[in-house]
Design a protein around this ligand. Structure first.
Ligand code: SF4
Length: 365
């Protein structure tokens, strides 16, 4: 049995980027194709141990075991919603048993075959940003995930999709627990692995990273020409209301967000998606729609209007249907490209803003 003392000094191969894995292999004196084989075992076949890497010799596997480890997050359980959404609970390895949730949102063709299989991944255990409507924000903050832990969530669900639906995942959204751009390096590294042909090989067009509006990191994405999509969790279209529900707005207000978004678009010419949770009698008036339409003019953009699922302890409630209709008409009148997204999996607390571990989490900071 492997003890913690055994594994402490060993290199965690899942903490390495592809380049670092190549350097590691070279340092071990291995032929260059070996690092690709390791990469595929880790991120395409999803093995949990060196013993499963059957195209490596026994000697090589023993050598690797001496110096390295390949920890994997553990699937604890899953719950399936009546609408087909599946919520997963994973336990992270190597610390006090922190847990995260991920969600699979399947769409089906009329004949019942799977169409889009979207995974919503978590990037942190808890969150520091404390948005008032968000269950994750109420947990406190524990730690950020490594890129390996993020890829593990995707890989587990991808394999399940292959078994259950006969095809792998088609889309990824970084919109689970945590603020993705507050864990910038792990997000970029995990997306790079997921896009790699020797891993899942997902097109960057099918990957979306969502942020509450961390302006420095939005500009960094642009400077680095990161190829995936960007979504902004807006949720209010003026500073007064945004201050009320999203504390980040007091330091990074809409003017600063506008500057970052325009910088991003100037460099990448890629449209932005704004996520807008619709709250009853808070941000669902015709005036709010008009202000939202003004924001959409900053750069070519579209809006996802998301029907909010109620969260225990949160005073804000989801908007009523008649208010939604009027709101949408106001947007359409102003030529805004807007889609209504019914939040999925609300019966299992898997909807937008609902992810939070209710038990077994060590205390947050
Ligand atoms: Fe954090 Fe996002 Fe929740 Fe805000 S909405 S508290 S940034 S997880």
């Amino acid at each position: 049995m492997t003890t913690q003392a055994d594994t402490k000094e060993k290199i965690n191969l899942k903490d390495l980027t592809k380049q670092e894995l190549q350097d590691f292999s070279a340092d071990m004196g291995l032929a260059s194709y070996r690092s690709d084989q390791l990469f595929q075992w880790l991120y395409q076949k999803g093995v949990h141990s060196f013993d499963e890497m059957t195209n490596l010799s026994k000697d090589l596997r023993s050598q690797l075991k001496e110096v390295a480890q390949v920890p994997t997050i553990q699937h604890v359980r899953q719950q399936e919603s009546k609408d087909g959404t599946i919520k997963f609970l994973f336990e992270l390895q190597g610390d006090e048993g922190h847990k995260v949730e991920s969600v699979l949102i399947p769409d089906f063709y009329p004949d019942g075959a799977a169409n889009r299989l979207t995974v919503c991944v978590s990037s942190q255990v808890g969150c520091v940003f404390g948005c008032s409507f968000c269950a994750t924000g109420k947990m406190g903050f524990f730690r950020s995930l490594t890129h390996g832990e993020i890829v593990d969530q995707v890989q587990y669900i991808d394999q399940l999709c292959e078994e259950k639906f006969g095809k792998g995942i088609t889309n990824i959204v970084y919109m689970g627990m945590g603020e993705p751009l507050h864990n910038y390096k792990a997000i970029v590294n995990s997306a790079s692995i997921i896009m790699d042909e020797l891993s899942i090989g997902l097109s960057p067009k099918r990957i979306t990273v969502s942020t509450v509006g961390l302006t420095k990191q939005i500009k960094q994405l642009a400077d680095e020409r990161q190829p995936f999509n960007l979504a902004i969790s807006l949720h209010a279209a003026n500073d007064e209301k945004r201050d009320e529900i999203m504390p980040i707005n007091s330091s990074m207000n809409l003017e600063k967000l506008k500057e970052a978004v325009q910088y991003y678009y100037t460099k990448l010419h890629r449209p932005i998606t704004y996520e807008y949770l619709l709250f009853d009698n808070f941000n669902d008036s015709p005036k709010d729609a008009q202000q939202l339409a003004d924001i959409v003019q900053w750069v070519p953009s579209k809006v996802n209007i998301i029907m909010y699922n109620d969260v225990a302890g949160v005073a804000l409630k989801g908007a009523r249907e008649n208010r939604l209709d009027t709101f949408m008409q106001e947007l359409i009148k102003r030529d805004v490209t807007a889609t209504v997204r019914r939040s999925r999996g609300d019966d299992i607390d898997a909807g937008c803003g609902q992810l939070a571990i209710k038990e077994g989490q060590p205390k947050g900071k």
